[in-house]
Ligand binder design. Structure first.
Ligand SMILES: Cc1ncc(COP(=O)(O)O)c(C=O)c1O
Length: 332
């Protein structure tokens, strides 16, 4: 099977497994795991922030990050198909008491953000505390949010005294696709959530990144949510290995994604990173037919088909998946 359902399906390479097996470990709830501490320091440094906190999932890193900026009854503005509102199963409402309002369209729609913002409206309206961005944008088809747009949001947020969260589950893909440094992205955000378990190919792990105070508070909340892990340096070692060895190769995933888009009759030049979303008459039927021919893809809407390239999809895999999909779509 060639698995294009997500970049979360990768298996650790032999070299990554060796790094995991040899990792120095300690009890991370006591902040005594040297490999976790090294990973947290490395990632904080990449984004130009004080500190970072290792979390089991991107969803938990998002919850910890957003709740460090807003409390019960506060409002987060984000795009309508952002992962935090569409795919975290109400976590920000259930666990942090947050409400959301959303804009529709591109990952950043400045005019809509300006219209939605509500501050200083007394006891009548929910107060906006956070603008949340997602880069790259998953359900937007892996689109990169250009750094100029992120800076515009940062400036606007500063003018109005609200904070900025960046869901950077795939910020590595944005960095590799554009050459924009991680530090430049970090400068636009108060806090970020970044994943090691997607484009970088680690089996588990995400981090919240932010100020020392935000991370200290998040450490308490991580434990409260059941995310206090112990000798977890074996997982942090996979993350350190991935940062060292799997960053540059992400460019290959982007090429493979363009190849798949082309085979599906979409414009390859519109594919910016490792996610391809194409419109088809019946997404479920295409998923079933492709599976028959050894290719796994996913339906992300009745008519929307998604393919994601990653570490475990070679050039040859991408080419054979492309020819299967071309045939299946011809018949659809
Ligand atoms: C943009 C984005 N943010 C957050 C997450 C959550 O990550 P996890 O599955 O590790 O909870 C995902 C997962 O695919 C994602 O695509």
């Amino acid at each position: 099977m060639i698995d294009l359902r997500s970049d979360t399906v990768t298996r650790p390479t032999d070299a990554m497994r060796a790094a995991m097996a040899g990792a120095a470990v300690g009890d991370d709830v006591y902040s005594e795991d040297p490999t976790v501490l090294e990973l947290e320091e490395r990632v904080a440094g990449l984004f130009g922030k004080d500190a970072a906190l290792f979390a089991p999932t991107g969803s938990m890193a998002n919850v910890l990050a957003v709740r460090s900026l807003a409390g019960v009854g506060d409002e987060v503005l984000c795009e309508a198909s952002a992962h935090i509102v569409r795919a975290e199963l109400g976590a920000h409402a259930a666990l942090s008491g947050l409400t959301t309002r959303t804009w529709v369209g591109r990952p950043v729609e400045m005019a809509q953000i300006e219209r939605l913002l509500a501050t200083d409206m007394g006891p009548f309206f929910v107060a906006t505390r956070v603008i949340a961005l997602e880069n790259t944008h998953n359900f937007g088809g892996g689109t990169v949010v250009p750094i100029e747009e992120m800076r515009a949001v940062r400036r606007f947020a500063d003018e109005h005294g609200v904070a900025v969260h960046v869901d950077g589950a795939r910020i590595w893909n944005a960095h590799v696709a554009t050459g924009t440094s991680l530090g430049e992205y970090g400068a636009c955000a108060d806090v970020l959530a970044v994943c090691l378990s997607k484009g970088l190919g680690a089996p588990v792990g995400s981090l919240m990144v932010g100020s020392a105070d935000a991370i200290a508070e998040a450490r308490v909340w991580r434990k409260r949510l059941g995310g206090g892990m112990r000798q977890v340096g074996i997982l942090a070692a996979a993350g350190l290995h991935a940062l060292e060895h799997h960053m540059e190769r992400i460019a290959e995933d982007h090429e493979h994604a363009r190849l798949l888009a082309d085979a599906c009759g979409a414009d390859p030049s519109a594919v910016q990173t490792n996610i391809v979303v194409v419109d088809v008459p019946d997404a479920a039927a295409v998923v079933a037919a492709a599976r028959e021919h050894g290719v796994l893809v996913s339906a992300v809407g009745r008519r929307a088909l998604r393919m994601v390239t990653h570490l475990d999809v070679s050039r040859a895999d991408a080419e054979s998946a492309a020819s299967v999909l071309a045939k299946v779509l011809e018949q659809d």
